[in-house]
Design a protein around this ligand. Sequence first.
Ligand code: SF4
Length: 66
Amino acid sequence: MKNKKLTIIKERCPQNHKCPAVKVCPVGALLQEGFSAPIINYDKCIKCGKCSNFCPKMALVLIEEN
Ligand code: SF4
């Protein structure tokens, strides 16, 4: 799992609502200011994929890193 990295694709995020994925994260690695796209705390993220599986807009994506 170490070769994966969570990425936010802001173009997919409508940024007009409270991000439901923030509550799904088991380690509190997602932060949202207002209705902005969530910010990822990479020090906390364990790359579990719960948020990326949850976001209906597929704005949170776990990508493979080279
Ligand atoms: S991948 Fe898991 S740990 Fe990382 S931000 Fe998403 S829900 Fe939180």
